[in-house]
Design a protein. Structure first.
Length: 112
């Protein structure tokens, strides 16, 4: 009985660790003066623990800056490449490019 319990605990722990290792990722486009798409402020919804990667697709200089939300974070200014952040706190984040705000903004909603 004890061996079965120990094996069960190990199996559950392994499953939890494997799930965390395979946590979701989400890519967000950083275009010239917009996030995701041109037009209205987009909302991107992800689950807690997701790694969000912003990918620069335009030529202009931009950054990622949380102006409102459970946790604040900010990227450097860049015109190419990526910036990634694993979101571990639920809630809604208001994200802007500080060069082009308020026109270049998005919402990131993190759920359980």
């Amino acid at each position: 009985m004890r061996k079965l319990l120990v094996v069960s605990v190990i199996a559950v722990a392994s499953a939890v660790l494997a799930t965390q290792a395979l946590a979701a990722t989400r890519s967000v486009k950083v275009g010239d003066d917009y996030f995701v798409r041109k037009g209205s402020v987009p909302t991107v919804t992800v689950r807690k623990g997701t790694k969000v990667t912003w990918r620069w697709a335009g030529k202009d200089m931009h950054n990622i800056a949380v102006t409102r939300g459970p946790v604040k974070f900010r990227s450097s200014f860049k015109s190419s490449g990526t910036y990634s952040k694993r979101v571990t706190r639920t809630g809604t984040y208001t994200i802007v490019c500080t060069i082009h705000q308020p026109d270049m903004a998005m919402k990131l909603r993190v759920t359980r």
